[in-house]
Write a protein that binds this ligand. Structure first.
Ligand SMILES: [Zn+2]
Length: 380
């Protein structure tokens, strides 16, 4: 981070002494909430709040973005901000009543001014004014002001299932391969906008990619986590509704969940059960060791994801956490999950899956779950 505009870290202590009652509840967006407007090249970000809160705003790089930290506030997900200079905005919870609002820059901008003023009728307003700058100046400003070292970013591999000659499930003219690729892009953007992740996609076009190649792409990018995305079709409509998160388990338990694997034909990428290329005893025992570690981490990941979907009030399956022996889950060294985002064979799921709003909320829920998982996982 570069030049940091900050306020109220001291003032807040004084206010606390004067009127502690007023501070019992976290602040919230008020009035017109958050807005971005542009005028003569400058960008004006305003946020109306129920009261003054501690805040901090700075530019950060990789990806270039404005980072706004807010404390003692509750923000819902509906900070919908976008303009020709500002791309996706991600609101990331960073603690109890603490958030980081990351606004991706579509072009280089510098902070011209930033202040939080209390309004006469009560409440407060944060005003941030950004002005155009050059890419060189943006970067050199970050360096000059002593950019803080970026925290370690978690490398996430997103694996959109199927592709090319393997369209996956089809319903109502929708192909699973296209749907999960579209969602993968949304998830990638949500993760990148938070500044906490690096992301690799195992495919970015409608191409056939073998399972081996998918895992190789993930490993080559140093992936620490793999999320495979699907939206299959099942004949049993009751069982096939809502989000399901699969993780790898021992072979015995996996047999109970073999139904989806059977559904995928012999040529399908999910059908393999053995680890390709892991022939000799040495590699097998190494893999067994790696799996021993990856399995509990995958289990935690799966639990965090399902909890995140539930708290975002998304529809999950009646049995949302399952085990499976999908080959894509057998990247022994990387915690991996396979998510059925829904089932194309179910009308309600199809409606949700094709809704931009549902996709945005779902991607945000996954991002928050991954952040929580990463925090706990690092402590191990
Ligand atoms: Zn599939």
């Amino acid at each position: 981070m570069g030049r940091i505009f900050t306020g109220m870290w001291v003032a807040i202590a004084a206010f606390w002494l004067l009127s502690s009652d007023a501070w019992a509840e976290p602040a919230a967006l008020a009035g017109d909430g958050a807005a971005i407007t542009e005028d003569s090249g400058n960008v004006f970000l305003t946020m109306e709040l129920s009261r003054v809160v501690p805040w901090r705003v700075a530019m950060a790089d990789e990806p270039p973005r404005l980072v706004l930290e807010l404390q003692d506030i509750f923000l819902d997900r509906e900070v919908a901000l976008r303009s020709s200079s500002i791309g996706d905005v991600a609101v990331v919870p960073t603690g109890v009543d603490r958030y980081e609002v990351n606004a991706l820059l579509r072009e280089p901008l510098a902070i011209l001014s930033a202040e939080m003023v209390s309004l006469t009728g009560g409440g407060a307003r944060l005003d941030v004014v950004l002005e155009p700058t050059t890419a060189d100046d943006f970067r050199s400003a970050l360096q000059e002001e002593g950019a803080a070292p970026e925290p370690d970013r978690l490398v996430v591999a997103i694996d959109p299932g199927h592709g090319g000659r393997d369209p996956g499930a089809e319903a109502d003219g929708m192909r699973e391969a296209d749907l999960v690729l579209g969602f993968a892009f949304r998830l990638r953007d949500a993760l990148l906008a938070s500044g906490k992740f690096d992301v690799v996609l195992t495919r970015e076009t409608d191409e056939f990619v073998s399972l081996d190649a998918r895992l190789t792409r993930a490993r080559d990018a140093g992936a620490e986590l793999l999320i495979s995305l699907h939206a299959d079709a099942l004949e049993d409509a009751d069982a096939a509704s809502g989000i399901v998160v699969y993780r790898l388990a021992d072979e015995a338990r996996a047999a109970a969940d073999a139904r989806l694997i059977e559904r995928h034909g012999p040529e399908d990428q999910l059908s393999g059960v053995d680890l390709t290329g892991a022939g000799d005893d040495v590699s097998q025992s190494l893999l067994a060791l790696a799996r021993k570690d990856a399995i509990p981490r995958s289990r935690d990941l799966s639990a965090k994801l399902v909890a995140g979907f539930r708290s975002a009030e998304l529809v999950v399956n009646s049995r949302p956490e399952r085990v499976g022996a999908f080959t894509v889950l057998k990247a022994a060294d990387i915690p991996s999950v396979l998510i059925e985002l829904g089932f194309l064979s179910t009308d309600e799921d199809l409606r949700r899956l094709t809704s931009a709003e549902w996709q945005i909320v779902t991607a945000a829920a996954m991002r928050d779950a991954l952040l929580l998982w990463a925090d706990e996982d690092r402590l191990r």
